[in-house]
Design a protein around this ligand. Sequence first.
Ligand SMILES: [Fe+2]
Length: 219
Amino acid sequence: MTNLELLEADQWFVDSPELKQFVATVQEISEQTRHNRSETVATLEPYFTALLAQQGWLPDQFAEPNPDSAMGGGIGQWLLYRAKDRSLTVFSLVIPPGSTTPVHDHLAWGLVGLYKGRQEETVYRRVDQGETEGHAKLEVVEVRQLKPGDIYYLLPPEGDIHAVKTTTRFAPSVSIHVLGNDTGCVLRNQYKPEQESVRSFRSGYSNAPCKEEKNHAQV
Ligand SMILES: [Fe+2]
């Protein structure tokens, strides 16, 4: 758990029976398999495949780029659902044509599935021991071409560091993320492999603050 406060209730940003049903399934399976996250993602995969195949449940505004993106490149990170205890989030990531995410990690188990467009994903592995602050040496593990319906797992440290580029020429790519943390709000890492450097960052979400808004609270 991070030092961020818990929410007062689950947050829903999309009113969709398909998403509600899927999240209920994720809650149940992730609880039953909490001691084995490989089992969690493998058990969830067919349900996630079914959700990705049901085009229509994601409102258009959550499939739009965000010109004010904190991640740069017009990348939109739209929160769809966040659990009260911040142990589960579902969000869409919208990458305009020609844009690439920074190389980054997620620090939690997860499933990512392509909903629209095409992407190229470069997966890295960290090969230094983290003994020097700000320094990180990465190796490319794999470069994958992804089409709608394709799913990959995040099981840190396996598959947890990557960069994603949209390869469709005229339309953004939209991927759906199911993560076992509050990914947009936790402090995670951004890497520059050529410079062998790493720094902390918080990506935030395009449509939700990290701190809960209270009477005089800061956002
Ligand atoms: Fe990612």
